[in-house]
Design a protein around this ligand. Structure first.
Ligand code: PL3
Ligand code: FE2
Ligand code: FE2
Length: 242
């Protein structure tokens, strides 16, 4: 009698999992993809604009930030090609609304010259969100999109790292603004994850995996910046309290 531990049982389970990719050409897949892909395109476009804007706050970094911004436009083009490849039209007005709360907070901080807040929003929260989404997407993506996403995710680490290093170098003067900015924006990321969950599930991306991956990048970034374990726990709690 086969038991749960039997090799036959285990290998047939693995095999069925490995072959259970979504049907990339079904209407339900393409419908979900029209929103998810639009979010990604809009996110890459806004990331470009945000790095250019941050360059106006730190002029001696403007050149490096322009280099990061250019990478975002390349990402945007790559994901546009992914939609074209599947014959999907991205729902850009949905995506603009999706980013509105975070975009508004970024624009307010920019107008007030708050570089710590701008970097937290773009280089930590949005990049960690993108990295988690791309990690979870890669194993369930169509082959064309998988290749593109694998290239993109490497660049996103460069961006996360940029934010980390700047904040780390200024740790002693950023604490207060960082804490407030985190309190204002981490709950928005949680809401965004919840808003995308149903469409992501159609792409076989699970909400819990997205959240776990996001929290792990976010936590690693905070450790790297130099916050203590206690500070990090307090920052993360902002997502629970909202
Ligand atoms: C900054 O470099 C990029 C910002 C993009 C934000 C992406 C959010 C992703 C939401 C879920 C997407 C799943 C991936 C699907 C790719 C077509
Ligand atoms: Fe990007
Ligand atoms: Fe990025």
């Amino acid at each position: 009698m086969a038991t749960l531990a039997s090799p036959v049982e285990a290998s047939s389970h693995d095999a069925s999992n490995a072959s259970a990719l979504p049907d990339f050409h079904s209407e339900v897949y393409k419908d979900a993809y029209s929103r998810i892909n639009a979010i990604v395109i809009e996110g890459e476009q806004e990331a470009h604009d945000n790095y250019i804007s941050i360059g106006t706050l730190i002029p001696d970094q403007a050149e490096e930030l322009a280099r990061l911004a250019r990478m975002e436009l390349k990402h945007m083009k790559g994901f546009t090609a992914c939609a074209n490849n599947l014959g999907v039209t991205a729902d850009m007005s949905f995506a603009r609304d999706f980013f509105a709360p975070l975009r508004n907070n970024f624009q307010t901080a920019l107008a007030e010259g708050k570089v710590v807040t701008c970097l937290l929003i773009q280089a930590i929260l949005i990049e960690a969100f993108a990295i988690s989404a791309y990690h979870i997407y890669i194993p369930v993506a169509d082959p064309f999109a998988r290749k593109i996403t694998e290239g993109v995710v490497k660049d996103e680490y460069t961006h996360l790292n940029y934010g980390q290093e700047w904040l780390k170098a200024n740790l002693e003067s950023i604490r207060e603004e960082f804490e407030q900015a985190n309190r204002d924006n981490l709950p928005l990321v949680r809401t965004m994850l919840e808003q995308v969950a149903a469409d992501a599930a159609v792409l076989q991306m699970e909400k819990e995996d997205l959240m776990a991956d996001f929290l792990s990048s976010y936590q690693e970034a905070l450790i790297e910046i130099g916050f203590t374990g206690r500070e990090i726990a307090k920052f993360a709690a902002a997502a629970l309290v909202g």
